[in-house]
Design a protein around this ligand. Structure first.
Ligand code: GDP
Ligand code: MG
Length: 206
């Protein structure tokens, strides 16, 4: 198939293939990927990009799944990309299982791409930037990028998006005032998540 043509028609399979191509380390693939990016470039830059950060378990994936269902219900086409620096020790994913977003992934107007889990963070970030362009060329209206508070990933993602959102927990006042201060300065918005159950009155810490 003509990858560039199919991609620009909004074919999700072509989009997935194109992202795999740009993630490849093979020289032959890198050349093809460069050509593909050049051909789609005029079709890029039209989406609204949202970055979502927060410590593991805060509920990012769950939030994205509900928000994504809402966005598609009002006629938007969405893509979800994950930037997961992975644990250099275990090689395991920090963003966790829910990155799969099972319900949303069955939605015709949603495209979900789990993260590239290999390579240096700089490499992951540049591939994310290129993946965003590919999603835009495929006609995605809103692109959501999930990341986690490790190393430089938040700064890099904040730099790529139109709106940077942090999810936090109702009882994490210390965290907000302390270690996350630098990150807070990057944020356009903060959502106090899980303000339910026993935490219902703890939201007042803010
Ligand atoms: N009580 C409560 N639990 C939630 C909420 N959102 C997510 N969770 C749960 O928190 C856990 C971590 O959620 P997940 O979306 O994987 O977090 P992530 O690591 O930030 O992506 C899961 O067991 C979710 O079911 C919420 O609004 N309220
Ligand atoms: Mg997650």
């Amino acid at each position: 198939m003509d990858l560039s043509k199919e991609l620009m028609k909004g074919n999700k399979r072509a989009l997935a293939k194109a992202i795999t191509l740009i993630e490849s380390e093979l020289i032959e693939h890198k050349i093809k990927a460069q050509k593909l990016l050049e051909s789609i470039l005029p079709q890029t830059g039209k989406s609204f990009r949202i970055g979502i950060t927060g410590t593991p378990g805060v509920g990012k994936s769950t939030f994205i799944e509900s928000f994504g269902e809402y966005l598609t219900s009002i006629g938007k086409k969405i893509a979800v990309l994950a930037v997961d620096p992975s644990s250099p020790v275990s090689g395991g994913s920090i963003l966790g299982d829910k990155t799969r977003m099972e319900k949303l992934s069955q939605n015709e107007n949603a495209f979900i791409r789990p993260s590239p889990t290999q390579g240096t963070l700089g490499g992951v970030a540049s591939r994310t930037r290129e993946s965003i362009l590919l999603c835009e060329a495929a006609g995605m209206d809103i692109i959501i990028i999930e990341t986690v508070g490790v190393g430089q990933s938040e700064y890099q993602v904040a730099d790529m998006v139109d709106f940077f959102l942090m999810l936090t927990l109702p009882n994490s006042g210390d965290e907000l005032q302390g270690i996350k201060k630098g990150i807070m300065e990057l944020c356009d918005g903060i959502v106090v998540n899980k303000a339910d159950g026993d935490s219902i009155n703890m939201g007042q810490v803010l």
